[in-house]
Design a protein around this ligand. Structure first.
Ligand SMILES: *Cc1c(COP(=O)(O)O)cnc(C)c1O
Length: 375
C-alpha cells in the first residue's frame, strides 16, 4: 500500500528530487563535482543569508550535532544546555559525552524556551564557554525564537551559541549570521526535503577561529580539516561524499527557495491546527507563538491517542508517535513539504475516519480548517 508519509523526518520528497538522486554518478575529484558543490554552497548561503560556507558530512542529524560537540567541547569546557524535549536532551547527552561540565536548564515538554530563561542561565554561569539551544523541538512541535533569545543575551563575553536546526532549516527562517548563532547543525531529511544521509554544519567567523585553536578529538568530524577543502577555489571534500544525495539536495534547494515558502508553512500549520482542535484533539503546544510551522503534536482527551494512531496507519496515513516521556501519548504530523489544501484535508479527513465513532461534526472541522486556510 502507498502510505501517505507524515513523519517529521524523513519527509516526502518530490519526484524531481528523487529523479535527481538517480542520475549517473560522477567522480568526486573533478570539475563536475566541484561545480555541483559550489552550486549547493551558493544556495545554502542564500537560505541562511550568510557569506560563510556550510560543511556537509555523510551522516544523519545526530552526526551534525556530534560534530559541533567534538569541535567545541571537552573536559576543559563548561556548557549550558537548554532543553525542551527529546532532541535538546540528545544534544546535551552528546556534549556531555566529550567530558564537558554541564549546566542543565529544562523547560516542560510543549512549552517554548523564553529569552528570560536563557539570559538568566547565562548570567548564572559566566564561566560557560558554550550554550546549546534547539530551534525546533521535533518531539513536541515547539518552535523557539532563537533571534529573540540571542538578542536578550549580554553582548560581552558571550558563550559560543550552538543551535540544533535539524528540523528547522529549510522550512522556517534561520539566519545564523544575522542572529548571532555560532554553530548551526542541520540534516537533509526534514526542512531540506532531501532523503536522509547528509549532515550540514555552518559556523560563524568566531566559531571557525575557536575551532582552529582547539584540538578536535575526532578525526572524521574535525571541522578545521573540512575547512581547507571547502574553501578551495574548486571546493572538495576530504573524504568520499555521497554524490547522489548532493544531486538531490541541489534540486531540493530550488524548491525551498520558492517565494513565500516560510509563510506557506505557517499557514498550513495554522489551518491543520484549527481542524485538529475542531475534531476534539488537544494540541500539545498551548501558546500559538511557539507552534512549529513544520510539525504538530496532539493527543485525544479520551486517552485513545495510541489506538487512533494505529487506525491512521491501517488506513494508509503514517504520522509519528510521542518520544521519551510522551511515548504512546501523542500523534505528531509533519508538514515540511509543499503542503496545500489537498494535503490538509487528507490529514483531517483521515483523522476523522480514525476517530471511528467520530465525535465532532465533519462539516464543522473542515469548515474551520478551510476558513483558517483562506484567512
Ligand atoms: C531529527 C532530529 C535530530 C536527529 O536527527 P537524526 O537525523 O535522526 O540523527 C536532532 N535534532 C532534531 C531537532 C531533530 O528533529
Amino acid at each position: 500500500m502507498n502510505r501517505y508519509l507524515m513523519t517529521p523526518g524523513p519527509v516526502p520528497v518530490s519526484a524531481e528530487v528523487s529523479l535527481a538522486s538517480a542520475r549517473p554518478l560522477i567522480g568526486h575529484r573533478g570539475h563536475d563535482f566541484s561545480e555541483l558543490f559550489s552550486r549547493i554552497e551558493a544556495k545554502m548561503s542564500r537560505l541562511l543569508k550568510s557569506g560563510g560556507k556550510t560543511v556537509i558530512f555523510p551522516a544523519s542529524g545526530t552526526g551534525s550535532l556530534e560534530s559541533l560537540a567534538v569541535n567545541f567541547t571537552g573536559p576543559d569546557t563548561k556548557v549550558i544546555s537548554v532543553s525542551c524535549g527529546v532532541f535538546g536532551d540528545r544534544f546535551r547527552e552528546i556534549t556531555a559525552f566529550t567530558g564537558a561540565h554541564m549546566a542543565n536548564v529544562d523547560v516542560e515538554p510543549g512549552e517554548g524556551v523564553t529569552p528570560e530563561t536563557v539570559a538568566e542561565a547565562v548570567l548564572k554561569n559566566p564561566d560557560a564557554s558554550v550554550l546549546l539551544l534547539t530551534q525546533n523541538e521535533t518531539s513536541t512541535g515547539v518552535f523557539n525564537r532563537i533571534d529573540e533569545i540571542i538578542s536578550a543575551l549580554p553582548r560581552n563575553n558571550r558563550p559560543l551559541i550552538l543551535v540544533d536546526g535539524v528540523s528547522s532549516v529549510g522550512a522556517m527562517p534561520c539566519y545564523p549570521e544575522e542572529w548571532g548563532i555560532d554553530g548551526l547543525a542541520t540534516a537533509s531529511q526534514k526542512g531540506l526535503l532531501t532523503p536522509p544521509g547528509l549532515a550540514l554544519v555552518w559556523l560563524s567567523e568566531r566559531a571557525w577561529d575557536a575551532a582552529s585553536k582547539r584540538r578536535c578529538n575526532n578525526y572524521y568530524f574535525d571541522l578545521t580539516r573540512q575547512k581547507k577543502d571547502l574553501y578551495k577555489e574548486a571546493p572538495e571534500n576530504p573524504y568520499t561524499p555521497p554524490v547522489s544525495l548532493y544531486f538531490a539536495l541541489d534540486a531540493a534547494l530550488d524548491e525551498i527557495s520558492a517565494e513565500g515558502w516560510f509563510e506557506q508553512h505557517i499557514r498550513a500549520a495554522r489551518s491543520l491546527a484549527a481542524g485538529i482542535e475542531s475534531l476534539g484533539f488537544e494540541l500539545l503546544v498551548r501558546d500559538e507563538k511557539f507552534r512549529s510551522p513544520g510539525v504538530t503534536a496532539f493527543s485525544h482527551p479520551s486517552g485513545e491517542t495510541s489506538a487512533i494512531a494505529k487506525r491512521l496507519k491501517a488506513i494508509g496515513v503514517e504520522p509519528a508517535g510521542g518520544q521519551g516521556k510522551l511515548k504512546g501519548k501523542l500523534i505528531r504530523m509533519s508538514h515540511y513539504h509543499d503542503v496545500r489544501w489537498p494535503e490538509i484535508s487528507l490529514a483531517l479527513g483521515s483523522l476523522y475516519a480514525a476517530l471511528g465513532d467520530a465525535r465532532g461534526d465533519a462539516g464543522d472541522f473542515m469548515r474551520r480548517a478551510f476558513e483558517t486556510w483562506e484567512a
